[in-house]
Design a protein around this ligand. Structure first.
Ligand SMILES: Cc1ncc(COP(=O)(O)O)c(C=O)c1O
Length: 372
């Protein structure tokens, strides 16, 4: 989050009077746990996605865990996902007891490459979990077709993609989807998450799993969890939904300025908006390649010296850590060369809605000074 010495932070978490008022109202009400504000939050999530059901949970990670658990996986069942993602995607698969497999990403959009699914899908595949990385939807049509062909579910990791669209369709409606409301996301409740789906039976199962496996008090139907969201956290998020369009619009405006003013710099590859996508710019992620005047890490350091909070999301393929390398639930196969190489080239620039025009100009000036 924000470092004291950063003039232009990569994320800037601000709560307005509406959030303060609603949080105060919850505190005064004496009902701090899951209650009516969570119901409002769920209604707003249905509205945001167009999904018939939304089940609030206490993080984006637990949203993905219960989404997978609702599929009633058997030991050895496999979930195919992106190797270039935040670790929560992989941890959720392992927590749900499944085996994680990976299809490589495309470097144009950093998302699952549908052409790479073929070699990874198999008899044990129960779900494909595309990640809508940085706020841009994965290429859903071929992914859904591949899932249908092997009778697998689609579980979207929409943690970074509130309001993103794919050929006009909002993310969160292809099967099951998990969104995060972690403090730095485009919509946030400090910690929080939601599962959206059109499937009433799955939504019902998820509600039960969220609440210690019970529908009625002390009547346990399955071993469950406490994954409940609190009204206190929901109260932070609820007022923000009305501002989502403005948040996205302002992020798009900043991205458009970068696209125009950072074009043509050697070794700086700007992010692409793929055909038919409504990108919501959770991150604005460029690639600093070998042709650049400085190595990526030096550019990040140079920006930080100038008070600009550049970040690296993510430094390695998600499986490329000792704790996963020999993990029985992680099957890497021949590896994912695109994901593995992205880790050393990606760099995210501030794109959030609180940037001023002067901030964006300062980012452009600093990047140009370092690389132009
Ligand atoms: C791609 C991705 N998946 C899952 C998560 C998990 O969300 P949370 O941090 O709310 O558990 C995050 C966010 O942190 C994320 O960026």
């Amino acid at each position: 989050m924000r470092r004291r010495d950063e003039l232009i932070p990569i994320t800037d978490v601000r709560c307005g009077d509406e959030e303060l008022d609603l949080v105060a109202e919850v505190l005064r009400s004496g009902m701090l746990a899951q209650g009516r504000v969570v119901e409002t939050f769920e209604a707003l999530c249905r509205e945001m996605t167009g999904a018939a059901h939304a089940v609030a949970v206490n993080s984006g990670t637990t949203a993905l865990v219960v989404a997978l658990e609702a599929l009633e996986l058997e030991p050895g069942d496999e979930v195919v996902t992106s190797p270039f993602t935040f670790v929560a995607t992989l941890n959720a698969i392992l927590e749900a007891g499944a085996v994680a497999r990976f299809a490589d990403v495309r470097d144009e959009d950093f998302n699952l490459d549908p052409a790479r699914l073929d070699g990874v899908l198999g008899e044990r595949t129960r779900a494909i979990m595309p990640v809508h990385l940085y706020g841009q939807a994965a290429d859903m049509d071929p992914i859904v077709a591949a899932a249908e062909a092997c009778d697998a579910a689609v579980v979207e990791d929409a943690a970074q993609a509130h309001g993103a669209t794919y050929h006009g369709r909002r993310v969160g409606t292809w099967g099951l989807a998990g969104f995060s409301f972690y403090a730095t996301k485009n919509l946030q409740s400090g910690e929080g998450g939601v599962v959206t789906t059109d499937d009433g039976e799955l939504a019902d199962r998820i509600r039960i799993l969220r609440n210690q496996g019970m529908r009625a008090r002390y009547e346990y139907l399955v071993p469950g969890h406490n994954y409940r969201l609190t009204d206190l956290a929901a109260a932070v998020a609820v007022p923000q939904f009305a501002r989502l369009d403005d948040i996205v619009e302002s992020r798009r405006a900043h991205a458009a300025t970068y696209a125009e003013q950072l074009a043509g710099i050697d070794g700086l590859v700007l992010p692409e908006v793929m055909d038919g996508r409504g990108h919501v710019w959770h991150q604005y992620t460029v690639r600093v390649t070998d042709e650049a005047r400085h190595a990526r890490d030096d550019v990040v350091a140079g920006l930080q010296e100038r008070g600009i909070g550049a970040g690296v999301y993510y430094p390695r393929a998600v499986y490329d850590y000792d704790c996963y390398r020999d993990h029985p639930g992680v099957r890497v196969g021949d590896g994912c060369p695109v994901a593995e190489s992205l880790g050393s080239t990606v760099m995210s620039l501030p794109v959030h809605q609180h940037l001023t025009d002067a901030d964006v100009a300062a980012v452009v000036a600093a990047v140009t000074e370092l690389l132009g």
